[in-house]
Ligand binder design. Structure first.
Ligand SMILES: Nc1ncnc2c1ncn2[C@@H]1O[C@H](COP(=O)(O)OP(=O)(O)O)[C@@H](O)[C@H]1O
Ligand SMILES: Cc1cn([C@H]2C[C@H](O)[C@@H](COP(=O)(O)O)O2)c(=O)[nH]c1=O
Ligand SMILES: [Zn+2]
Length: 203
């Protein structure tokens, strides 16, 4: 489990910031982990700013909501550059679904961390075709801390690494949950539509 590095209680310009990435497939617990870290920052009485891309309207227009219904309020943002003004007075910044932001998100995260803030970013590392998703690989490269989380393959029960798309769209951006995606391990992802889902063994 990720444990926060100690922070000196000094004005932001006198202390270092950093970037944390939480990445993985869909259903791997990225949002839960983001919410856990942000709640702990609040308990530490740090000023926390939370944003998500405005196109992510899946569960709620404003709130960040995990697949198992953990919730934290956030501000929807259309352009990555707008984040800078929104969180100017915050010590900790949380960003969910970062793969949907434009390329400026990389420079925005750098600037926030350079100005002494702790920046926690969650996002999909790969799209439905198994290709690196948007800015996430670059963010992983510049981050101090990278946490890769895993789901459970709904076909065989092994550790899942991929988000398998169940519907025919080839558009990169297609919002959805279990209606359109399932978490799969490498083998079951490569089997595609030929994968045979394991039967329930226990009642
Ligand atoms: N295949 C799966 N593997 C693991 N968790 C799953 C799966 N399907 C649904 N879940 C639920 O999703 C939760 C994680 O949700 P969330 O944090 O929103 O994930 P992410 O942001 O990575 O999509 C788990 O705690 C679990 O309740
Ligand atoms: C793989 C993949 C996913 N999406 C969408 C589907 C969901 O709305 C989000 C991911 O949410 P989660 O919190 O990680 O479950 O992204 C997409 O648009 N394109 C893709 O290839
Ligand atoms: Zn599998």
């Amino acid at each position: 489990m990720f444990i926060e590095p100690a922070r000196r209680r000094e004005p932001p310009h006198l202390r270092t910031g950093w970037i944390e990435i939480i990445c993985g497939s869909m259903f791997s617990g990225k949002t839960e982990e983001l919410i856990r870290r942000l709640n702990r920052a609040r308990i530490a009485k740090l000023k926390v700013g939370i944003v998500k891309p405005s196109l992510d309207t899946r569960y709620d227009i404003n709130d960040i909501v995990s697949h198992n219904a953990s919730v934290i309020p956030s501000t929807p943002v259309s352009n990555a550059a707008d984040i800078l003004a929104l969180v100017a007075d915050c010590e900790v910044v949380g960003i969910d679904e970062a793969q949907f932001f434009d390329g400026a998100i990389v420079e925005v995260c750098q600037q926030l961390a350079d100005s002494g803030k702790r920046v926690i970013v969650a996002g999909l590392d790969m799209d439905f075709s198994g290709k690196p998703f948007g800015c996430i690989p670059q963010l992983m490269a510049i981050a101090e801390f990278v946490t890769k989380v895993h789901a459970i393959c709904v076909v065989c029960g092994d550790v899942a690494h991929y988000s398998y798309r169940l519907v025919p769209s080839q558009e990169r951006v297609l919002l959805g949950e279990t209606d359109s995606y399932e978490a799969r391990c490498r083998r079951c992802f490569n089997l595609g539509p030929d994968a045979v889902h394991r039967e329930w063994v226990y009642e």
